[in-house]
Design a protein around this ligand. Structure first.
Ligand code: ACO
Length: 318
């Protein structure tokens, strides 16, 4: 038994925050943001656009693409670090929104690498025979977790949700998966929970030592893509597309260069979406498919890196 992607979907909040908007909020410029990150605008969730709400919308699209009904799902896994509650989990709220009952549902917290981790869990549930169809959602609202006065983080993050349905199949869709972490670097990228009974929670914003994170991300991702290709017994030349985590265009181009891929073979969404954390890879995958660039049979390398540090990849035949 193999696992294979049956359908994908995505949801982006209505509100657009441009670089010009950020120029009004902090001391920055469109030129600096575009040159250093490649980001031009990002979406900001309203109070109603919770990770669960966005996850349901993305899931409905994925179900439609897979020509399935929600009742055919055996499990809902949501990668998020923005859950409204510790419990019920965002996955349970998504299951409720889809009208499901008697379904496996839980969240996975692995920051920007969450989708890779959730995908891996779904794949293993399928090949172990525990589930046939698994909804994997990546949903985050990290723009809200940034200090609006901190120009080093507020420019980077956007909100959104992406989803895919991974199903049992005779055809091998998932070719290789690699996950890992370096917990000794946790101090470089942190998002503490607000503390109960404390009047001032102003130090609970997302903190990132950007420059150090950047260097680690480039090094780790270069190693990760090679390890994943090796696990699948493939070479970079066999790949049709790279679907990378959308943190910084310079990180993405460094990984593409390492794989000797032309940028036309790389799905880039960060110019319009910023870094949507766990949503970034499934949103990019969905966009590549909906634009007709990614076709059935294409070999795709999905990769992500985030706070922890954690990182992960999936090499798939779509
Ligand atoms: N506008 C203008 N100037 C700025 C801004 C801004 N928004 N932000 C920082 N600067 C200044 C700095 O203060 C610094 O000034 P100085 O030289 O006078 O001290 C200068 O610009 C350069 O700052 P750096 O931090 O060195 O800039 P860098 O080129 O590294 O770019 C960035 C910063 C974009 C954050 C980059 O380091 C990055 O993308 N890091 C990786 C992010 C990432 O991959 N995160 C992982 C996933 S996130 C997750 O898991 C939740």
């Amino acid at each position: 038994m193999y696992s294979r992607i049956l359908g994908t979907g995505g949801y982006l909040p209505q509100q657009v925050r441009t670089n010009a908007d950020l120029e009004q909020m902090v001391e920055t410029s469109d030129t600096w943001i575009v040159e250093r990150t490649g980001i031009r605008e990002r979406r900001i969730a309203s109070a109603e656009e919770t990770p669960a709400f966005m996850g349901v919308q993305a899931a409905l699209q994925a179900l439609e693409a897979a020509a399935m009904t929600a009742s055919e799902l055996d499990a809902v896994i949501c990668a998020t670090t923005s859950s409204a509650n510790a419990f019920p989990s965002t996955a349970c709220e998504i299951a409720l929104g889809l009208g499901l009952n008697d379904v496996i549902a839980f969240d996975v917290a692995a920051a920007c690498a969450g989708f890779s981790y959730a995908y891996s869990v779904a794949h293993n549930m399928i090949i172990a025979g525990q589930a046939k169809n698994v909804l994997v959602v990546g949903a985050d609202t990290l723009a809200q977790a940034c200090d609006p006065a901190d120009r080093t983080t507020i420019i980077l993050f956007g909100d959104g949700a992406g989803a895919c349905i991974l199903g049992a199949s005779d055809e091998q869709g998932t070719l290789a998966i690699k996950l890992s972490s370096d917990p000794s670097r946790g101090d470089l990228l942190r998002l503490p929970f607000p503390k109960r009974g404390v009047a001032d929670n102003s130090n609970c914003y997302l903190y990132m030592k950007g420059n150090d994170v950047f260097k680690h991300a480039v090094t780790v991702l270069a190693k990760l893509v090679n390890e994943t290709l090796e696990l699948a017994g493939l070479e970079a030349g066999d790949l049709d597309f790279l679907v990378p985590h959308q943190a910084n265009l310079r990180i993405i181009t460094a990984t593409a260069r390492k794989l000797k891929l032309d940028m036309s073979q790389v799905i880039v969404t960060l110019d319009k979406q910023g870094n949507t954390s766990a949503a970034s890879v499934p949103l990019a995958l969905d966009e590549g498919i909906r634009q007709g660039r990614i076709k059935r049979g294409d070999k795709l390398l999905l990769e992500s890196f985030g706070g922890g540090f954690v990182w992960g990849s999936a090499l798939i035949r779509y």
